[in-house]
Design a protein around this ligand. Structure first.
Ligand SMILES: [Zn+2]
Ligand SMILES: [Zn+2]
Length: 345
């Protein structure tokens, strides 16, 4: 079977790798149809690591996927061969303290698709996952929509954990796929005004469709000054979705006393500093988001019911052979790319 192997920094090779098959009774062999290129994949592509998770080359990355069930193990009951599915890329053990507490996403033995030292990724014609990672989709849902349910689930979870009240005023820092997922989910709720920032103009233009109260580019404007001019009492919730360390400080400046800072973005560096006294005096709550848990089905339902339409997020399409091109495009934010999709024949 064919796969895109990451063989070095910014280097992919398309190669034949040994066929894989069912090992456990609960395994499902999946024929991959679509893979979305995620910001976290880009970290592995450009730097070979995220924090202490370091790629040993060659390695297959990719975790935002949808496909068709090819074969199932003897004990599989929730999917059958030929079924179209979305994939939850997190394989939890089901037995540790975290799993038993309903925190499968921080499972002590978590194996995450396309994560170094854990599991090979889905930029491969076939993958094997336990049935609990397989979510049947309706015939009307496209594979691209199914793959987009993965980043959307992170938006669903970020909003769930932040527990917004009716009329809460909110900022989203970063209008990439995760920031937009958060925005889409907020639009299904009865919150107040939404302010959104990004350094890329066409991302702001894309965000405009969701009708923000205000949007601005932090490279051109003092966004704290601008937003606090409109909202003198400041904001209830800020979602940091850019990974930019400066955005953390901006978020703290933008929050009112008792506000909540939700950190969903992944920084490229290992340590960041922030204004501790302002954080303390305002008694701001910081909530870190580690991917998501129990939100895959909710994301699929939001897309299937058309309460959320993220189709315009998939801006570019490539074949498996063109994986390198897709990653270069996303890594360099070229050609107005939001999300690149790799479609298998
Ligand atoms: Zn992702
Ligand atoms: Zn566990």
């Amino acid at each position: 079977m064919k796969a895109a192997l990451l063989t070095g920094i910014k280097q992919f090779e398309i190669k034949q790798i040994p066929e894989i098959g069912i090992v456990n009774d609960t395994d499902v062999l999946i024929r991959i149809k679509t893979v979305g290129v995620c910001g976290s994949d880009i970290h592995y592509y450009t730097t070979g690591r995220i924090g202490s998770q370091i790629v040993e080359f060659p390695f297959i990355i990719g975790h935002e996927a949808a496909g068709i069930v090819e074969k199932i193990g003897n004990k599989v009951t929730c999917v059958k061969p030929g079924q179209r599915i979305a994939i939850d890329p997190a394989v939890s053990c089901g037995h540790c303290d975290q799993c038993l507490a309903g925190r499968e996403h921080t499972c002590r033995k978590l194996l995450f698709l396309g994560c170094p030292g854990q599991l090979g990724g889905c930029l491969s014609e076939f993958i094997v996952l336990p049935e609990k990672c397989c979510y049947p989709i309706t015939d009307s849902m496209t594979f691209e929509q199914a793959a987009l349910s993965e980043p959307l689930a992170i938006g669903v979870y970020s909003v769930e954990r932040s527990m917004p009240y009716i009329k809460d005023n909110i900022a989203i820092l970063g209008a990439g796929p995760i920031g937009m997922s958060v925005f889409h989910v907020l639009r299904t709720k009865n919150t107040g005004d939404v302010y959104i920032t990004d350094k890329i103009e066409n991302r702001l233009q894309a965000a405009k469709k969701l009708n923000p109260k205000w949007m601005g580019n932090p490279d051109r404007l003092d966004i704290v000054k601008e937003i606090s001019g409109i909202e003198p009492l400041l904001l209830d919730i800020v979602y940091e979705c850019s990974g930019n360390p400066q955005a953390i400080a901006q978020g703290i400046h933008l929050l009112k006393p008792g506000g909540k800072l939700i950190i969903t973005g992944i920084p490229e560096i290992d340590e960041i500093t922030f204004p501790i006294h302002e954080l303390r005096r305002k008694e701001i709550t910081i909530i870190n988001i580690r991917r998501q848990v129990h939100c895959t089905q909710k994301a699929i339902d939001l897309l299937a019911s058309k309460k959320i339409n993220m189709d315009s997020m998939a801006t570019h399409r490539f074949t498996l052979e063109e994986t390198q091109k897709a990653f270069d495009l996303v890594a360099n934010y070229k050609d107005g790319v939001m999300k690149a999709m790799i479609n298998f024949e």
